[in-house]
Design a protein around this ligand. Structure first.
Ligand code: PLP
Length: 219
């Protein structure tokens, strides 16, 4: 577990960049999460819906839960009304399900477009061309109950700093293109979720507003 001193060092570093810390608590037990909570951390992220709902029921109500995992269509509806933000919207089918359920509950869902930036084949995410085409076609216009807050991306798992850097630069570029062309009137569209334990310092230098850190906090 990270010490309070190291935690403060990390949050001070993030403050310098005006970036928020999303503590990725997947697979971590309740007592470890409470430990960070007592340090003052309030934003936690999970990648499995059942695990998120289970932990939410056992932990203080003022925790802000973010969902960062791949979304299966049969489970998407379960997220509505439960999470502060979904980072992993990567296809229109899921947008449609989230919107329908949010409308039914008269609520709004905050989402980020997860965009594919890594060269690795395994990573999920919207191919930027299909997203731009759907926006151009107005496919997102009916989704009044989705509040689109920005983008999320994952870099290739590699020690090649230049490759990671180029992928984060690419995500920043995609963010700007989306903002300029489709979200110029939106004050909500301002988040760039990128950077994990191994690569967050690079992400900060390239405009991350939210970093998603797990292993460094809990090891
Ligand atoms: C697990 C995970 C993280 C955190 O990774 P660490 O290397 O443990 O910091 C960030 N983002 C996503 C989407 C994850 O699944």
């Amino acid at each position: 577990m990270i010490t309070l001193d190291d935690f403060h060092r990390l949050t001070n570093e993030l403050d310098e960049y005006d970036a928020q810390l999303l503590a990725v608590s997947k697979t971590q037990p309740i007592d470890q999460i409470l430990h960070l909570y007592r340090f003052g951390q309030r934003i936690f992220g999970e990648n499995r819906i059942e695990e998120l709902l289970d932990k939410q029921g056992q932990l203080p109500q003022d925790i802000e839960w973010h969902f960062i995992g791949h979304i299966q269509s049969k489970k998407a509806a379960k997220l509505v009304g439960k999470v502060a933000m979904i980072h992993s919207l990567d296809r229109i089918k899921i947008a449609n399900i989230l919107h329908e359920n949010a409308a039914k509950q008269s609520t709004i869902v905050n989402v980020l477009f997860q965009i594919k930036i890594a060269q690795e084949e395994s990573k999920y995410g919207y191919p930027i061309d299909s997203l731009l085409q759907e926006l151009e076609d107005g496919a997102y216009t009916p989704f009044k109950n989705l509040n689109i807050c920005g983008v999320m991306g994952m870099a290739t798992l590699t020690s090649d700093v230049r490759l990671i850097e180029s992928e984060f630069q690419l995500l920043y570029k995609h963010f700007q293109i989306l903002k300029d062309n489709y979200f110029s009137d939106s004050i909500a569209f301002r988040e760039i979720s990128m950077g994990m334990s191994q690569d967050y310092p690079i992400a900060l230098r390239h405009g991350a507003t939210i970093v998603r850190i797990g292993s460094t906090l809990f090891k």
